[in-house]
Design a protein around this ligand. Structure first.
Ligand code: NAP
Ligand code: ZN
Ligand code: ZN
Length: 342
């Protein structure tokens, strides 16, 4: 075992504190930067169910390979790499065999708060280093700024995957609900794919940024006339909101055969009206991160289109204040921890 520095939650209600954790010996990768996802907050606060403490979260990891196990062929010492939300899967189920470990029927091994192969609880990226099996490690193109690359490993892939699956592209009208960490990446990626992009945010306070990220239109959902003006408009709505929203209002914005896909993951169930779907033969769906192959495709796509997350780099000791700002929708647009400060 080897000791890593980390910031951990010790209960659902205490601030995160510096600590050390033990990791497997073989082939660690030195973490350079670690993004702060709203899922980290849902998890440490027990909103998605009870977890074991202490728990280190963080699943937007970029860093450098410092050592490799004897059988490793995909990565070498010195490579700039990334690790996202999952670090293993059963490798046997029909979904794993189809290359979609994110939908592993036995549940993939998540980067944190999951049972690892050796029975221990996985500990995530708010840490000095991590040990990950090679085929769950991604190549991070050199042209993507190092500190801005981390959020691609969750916010990037979680929005790229549904946009690609539901064919966002030229001639398609795509709405993005909520312009936080995931939402701002959805705007950039959908724009780069060639879609006509509309942001539906709680207010117009981030409109200038939205337009800079590639939005063609920007509306405030606090303004009731928005829902009248945009009725029956969109081919695809990507909902990134971390809290429950009134689904019927958003479904009414879908055009014929349009789909609303939730990537936002509030703990509460969202009631849905069958009649709301029946008009315009609408679909409601949800999407979970993306496969490893798709994550690599997304990283290469972002490099090719010069897309990177907008980040605020913080020292690890600022993590608890950063959580408060995320909860107030006061994030521009992803906090990233400089792992050297852990
Ligand atoms: P975030 O940075 O906090 O962004 C969420 C945005 O939603 C906020 O910036 C805000 O946008 C809007 N919002 C927040 N509270 C709201 C409310 N009460 N009513 C209406 N709008 C509200 O969070 P994130 O990191 O992007 O994550 C978003 C959600 O996706 C979380 O639930 C997270 O757990 C989930 N997630 C899911 C997956 C997956 O695989 N499906 C992966 C990663 C994250 P405006 O200020 O623009 O209104
Ligand atoms: Zn995440
Ligand atoms: Zn599986």
């Amino acid at each position: 075992m080897t000791t890593a520095r980390a910031y951990a939650a010790t209960s659902a209600t205490e601030p995160l504190v510096p600590t050390t954790i033990e990791r497997r010996e073989v082939g660690p990768l030195d973490i350079a930067y670690s993004g702060v996802c709203h899922s980290d907050i849902h998890t440490v606060r027990g909103e998605w169910g009870p977890i074991a403490y202490p728990q280190v979260v963080g699943h937007e990891i970029v860093g450098t390979v410092t050592a490799i196990g004897a059988d490793v062929t995909r990565h070498k010492v010195g490579d700039r790499v990334g690790v996202g939300c999952m670090v293993n899967s059963c490798r046997e189920c029909v979904n794993c065999l189809a290359g979609m470990a994110n939908y592993c029927l036995k549940g993939n091994t998540q980067t944190y708060a999951s049972v690892d192969r050796d029975g221990t609880t996985t500990q995530g990226g708010y840490s000095s280093h991590v040990v990950v099996v090679e085929d769950f490690v991604l190549r991070v193109p050199e042209s993507i700024p190092y500190e801005a690359a981390a959020p691609l490993l969750c916010a990037g892939i979680t929005t790229y995957s549904p946009l690609a699956h539901w064919n966002a592209g030229p001639g398609k009208k795509v709405a993005v609900v909520g312009m936080g960490g995931l939402g701002h990446m959805a705007v950039k990626i959908a724009h780069a794919m060639g879609a006509e992009v509309t942001v539906l945010s709680q207010s117009l306070s981030k409109q200038e940024d939205g337009v800079r990220f590639g939005a063609d239109h920007y509306y405030a959902t606090s303004d009731d006339t928005t829902f009248e003006a945009l009725a029956n408009t969109f081919d695809l709505i990507v909902n990134t909101v971390s809290a429950p929203v009134d689904l019927q209002s958003y479904l009414s914005l879908l055009a014929l055969d349009g789909t609303m896909v939730n990537v936002g993951a509030p703990a509460q169930s969202l009631p849905i009206s069958v009649f709301g779907l029946m008009g315009n033969r609408r679909s409601f769906a949800a999407s979970g991160i993306g496969s490893i192959a798709e994550t690599q495709e997304m990283l290469d796509f972002c490099a090719e289109h010069n897309i990177a997350p907008e980040i605020e780099l913080i020292e690890a000791s600022a993590i608890n204040d950063a959580y408060e700002r995320v909860l107030k929708s006061d994030v521009r647009y992803r906090f990233v921890i400089d792992a050297a400060t852990i």
